[in-house]
Design a protein. Structure first.
Length: 365
């Protein structure tokens, strides 16, 4: 494939090898990717503002936007109810996509995502602890416990990832297996904490990715997303050591706001790196456009499938995420097999050269 994508092969002294035959993406493809992401964002925003329990026709929507004397009820529904919610979904999707992009840029692994690095399940454990202790979930203490849980989950995954459990396989498969195991373990801990408390249904709604809870998180989501994206956009090389802390904070804020939302942090960064390459500034812009647009579109689909409650966002996103994950697994296994075959050929060539050299020395004697 021609996309410029860093692969992690066999590690020696924590060095990272990149494909030498990877060609940089063409500018036309980069522009097309960003324009398509912007179109997806506008289309998803339009659907978010016109669909819901109280349907709004296209004519009524245009009247609200451009008429000098619109219907007060329609104006209230669009501007005070649906517009803030759509903005929250944009920031949540963009924040998760930026988090996954920062992780992939920092550790150069196609499987790096908030879920498989333990950040999201760890933050979910912190959120469950907040609910168990009866703390005000909208307080700074609730946010701090979510950040602490994300740090805990990431520490476990990154520590275990340094141990070579799988010999002769690429680091992508290694991170996937370790991250999947820790994700299951931390989710089990969260389920056990939920069983210890009361109102299990309300807890499941809070941590299960059903949507944003009651309360305004737009200010903090906007502040954190703009600070992280703006800082990395301005100083991408200087702030590279802070990519993982930035990803931890972004992931914890999204879990604190609406629970766990899977696959956004894996789908969008992987697709962006395939289409754009490893350009931090363009990756951030594309991640915000595609992440926000995809999450808004998934929310509209989930609401239309099971009205008026809707479905959790993760099963809807899984329709895209699972096939992509299978493709990534197949590609990594294929690549790791090629690595092993190449090592075998190199070893065989060195052995034959050594035997030939020994034979020549023996003849000379």
């Amino acid at each position: 494939m021609s996309e410029q994508e860093i692969h992690v092969g066999e590690r020696k002294d924590e060095t990272i090898a990149a494909e030498s035959n990877a060609a940089p993406p063409r500018p036309q493809r980069i522009v097309l990717t960003l324009v398509t992401g912007f179109a997806l964002l506008i289309f998803s925003l339009f659907l978010s503002l016109t669909t819901g329990i109280f349907p709004i026709s296209y004519a009524e929507f245009w009247e609200v936007l451009f008429s000098s004397n619109p219907d007060p009820l329609l104006k209230e529904v669009v501007y005070q109810t649906r517009m803030p919610f759509a903005l929250d979904m944009l920031l949540l999707g963009g924040g998760l996509a930026v988090s996954g992009t920062l992780l992939q840029l920092r550790i150069a692994n196609p499987f790096a995502s908030p879920t498989l690095t333990g950040l999201m399940p760890g933050a979910m454990v912190g959120l469950c602890v907040v609910l168990l202790l009866g703390m005000n979930i909208d307080s700074f203490g609730g946010m701090a416990l979510c950040i602490a849980g994300a740090v805990f989950g990431g520490f476990i995954v990154f520590t275990l990832n340094r141990i070579r459990f799988i010999r002769g396989r690429s680091a992508g498969i290694h991170l996937f297996m370790i991250g999947f195991i820790i994700d299951v373990a931390l989710r089990s801990i969260s389920g056990f904490i939920v069983l210890l408390g009361e109102n299990q249904q309300e807890w499941a709604m809070s941590v299960g990715g059903w949507g944003i809870r009651e309360g305004s998180f737009t200010f903090w989501l906007t502040l954190v997303t703009l600070l992280v994206a703006g800082s990395v956009f301005a100083f991408p090389k200087q702030l590279k050591p802070l990519y993982i802390p930035f990803a931890i904070v972004l992931t914890a804020i999204t879990v604190w706001a609406c629970g766990t939302i899977g696959y956004i942090g894996l789908i969008v960064p992987y697709f962006m790196r395939c289409m754009i390459g490893n350009r931090p500034r363009l990756l951030l812009l594309g991640s915000i456009l595609w992440g926000g647009g995809l999450l808004m579109l998934a929310k509209v689909i989930s609401a239309r499938i099971h009205e008026p409650v809707g479905l959790p966002l993760t099963p809807v996103l899984a329709c895209i995420g699972i096939p992509l994950l299978i493709f990534m697994m197949w590609r990594e296994w294929q690549r790791s097999s090629m690595l092993e075959n190449g090592k075998f050929r190199t070893l065989l060539a060195r052995a034959s050269n050594s035997i030939f050299l020994c034979y020549i020395l023996y003849i000379k004697k």
